[in-house]
Design a protein around this ligand. Structure first.
Ligand SMILES: [Cu+2]
Length: 142
């Protein structure tokens, strides 16, 4: 669990902000309990923000272009995800989105080059290549 690891990593630091004298009987320990509760709440808020940032970033998928073909015919991803197209042929590709709803037309893509397309919205998008008309990949964005 990522969150557990995150919390565990921060816990010692959160404890350190409680002064050693907070446990003296003068305040009956209330101040210490309050500080501890406050530190815990701050930790939860930080963890929640961190989780949201990770979710918004989206995942990255890789599709290999080899032998004048995409190495998969279709791929299922989530809205906000990114697909990286990696040219493992010894010649140029030049890909574009052939479906409506997403405007993308790559530059010439030399061997070893990676083209990145982000898919912000749900839909089905066909990726094709200007140079090799038989190349086709359907990206299903949920
Ligand atoms: Cu091509």
């Amino acid at each position: 669990m990522k969150l557990d690891g995150f919390s565990a990593a921060l816990r010692p630091r959160a404890k350190r902000i409680v002064p050693p004298d907070a446990a003296t009987p003068a305040d009956g320990g209330d101040a210490r309990r309050f500080r501890r509760a406050f530190a815990f709440a701050a930790l939860i808020a930080a963890a929640a923000g961190w989780g949201a940032a990770v979710a918004l970033a989206g995942q990255t998928h890789t599709v290999i272009q080899k032998d004048r073909a995409f190495q998969v015919k279709q791929i299922d991803i989530a809205a906000g995800d990114t697909v990286q197209f990696s040219n493992e042929d010894q010649f140029l590709h030049q890909i574009y989105v052939a479906s409506g709803g997403l405007d993308f037309d790559s530059r010439e893509q030399p061997p070893g080059d990676v083209i990145t397309i982000k898919f912000p919205n749900p839909g089905t998008f066909e990726i094709r290549c200007h140079i090799h008309p038989k190349m086709s990949l359907f990206v299903n964005v949920k």
